[in-house]
Design a protein around this ligand. Sequence first.
Ligand code: ADP
Ligand code: MG
Length: 417
Amino acid sequence: MAKLTVNDLDLKNQRVFMRVDYNVPMEEKDGKMVINDTTRIKETLPTLKLLISNGAKVILAAHLGRPKGTKEPSMSLAPVAVKLSEMVGQPVAFVDDCIGEKVEKAVAELKAGGILLLENVRYYNEEEANDPAFAEKLAKLADVYVNDAFGAAHRAHASTEGIARVVAKSGGKCAAGLLMERELKFLGDELENPARPFVVILGGSKVSDKIKVIDRLLEKADSILIGGAMAYTFKLAHGVKTGKSLIEPDHKGTALAAEEKAKTRKVNFQLPTDTIIATPVDSGKLNKKGKPVYDLTNIRTISGDIPDDAEGFSIGPETSANYAKIIAGAKTILWNGPMGMFEDARFAEGTNAVARAVVEATQKNGAKSIIGGGDSVKALNKAGLGDKVTFMSTGGGASLEFLEGQELPGVAALSNK
Ligand code: ADP
Ligand code: MG
């Protein structure tokens, strides 16, 4: 069902309560919390500018970290107000609470086009508990509710779900922000009836994390390309030795069932034909968590069985060349999960080669390329290719649940068109 968006609203002088994702990485420097990456703030600017230019009174709510109901100073959103003000080019008021009289007074003082950021909603346990009385207190601040925090939409919390119910009940509209609208368009509508061939690339660490997505996409895709550690469970199910690789023996049946479904549906289901392995050797050192550190020695490419003392860390060059060929013919591409342990440069090439193929199909053939999953987005950015695909989800866990076909509570709570 299509959801109402900010473009459908009459905003003039309305108190617009907008849930945003300002869960930015912070670090303490000289006794002050400093924001390390402002991407999440930047991503809300289009919606904010639209609200401001239409004369809305903007009230922003967000969470930061996991303060678990305590007023943990290092998780205050105060530094975000300062940064946002710089980025949006106008003052941003801040109150050190998100409900109550002080907040209501600050909201009453807001002028059309003004912005107020509330303190971390997770300073209250009632937020994650989706407490109805707490949601009522938040809703008291709003004529209209907007959700632009796709990354938090898979949680039914007071500021993502409860408040929308209250606002809607009293006749107010609840709409998607522009960022949320794009997520729903690319991860939802665009994949409903994709231009074909539709090629799905799935990797990451675990079959169990991705099986629901695999299952759903087996009903839509023309080709599915498997990589990452996940591939080893498929290999294991075929009786191939996987050495010390990350595997899930309990999911051999899951893997075989997925392949069976691919066969019946005539989906071109590809597993890696070669893999990059290394022999882990105990370095005798311990990491910060007190766990032994292994040196990854004797890095080499093999096909077939992985020796008992070795571990697989990425798809090999033959596999990435084969995958690149299939990707080159695609009109729609969905990618979730890296092809290897890309965080270590020695095992990043498989992921990077696939990334280059995706970019080329996008730029040369006009394929639509959609990237979901936190680590997949990281991998693309690390390769410097983040801005060369059609869409990168901001969702992480939310994008995975959405791709599984689940209804996200934060989306379900928005008004229908
Ligand atoms: P996403 O966040 O994009 O959904 P996942 O969280 O499922 O992706 O998987 C990403 C993680 O999988 C990365 O941290 C990567 O290092 C790891 N990974 C991929 N392949 C391997 C492998 N062969 N061995 C160990 N870890 C792997
Ligand atoms: Mg991940």
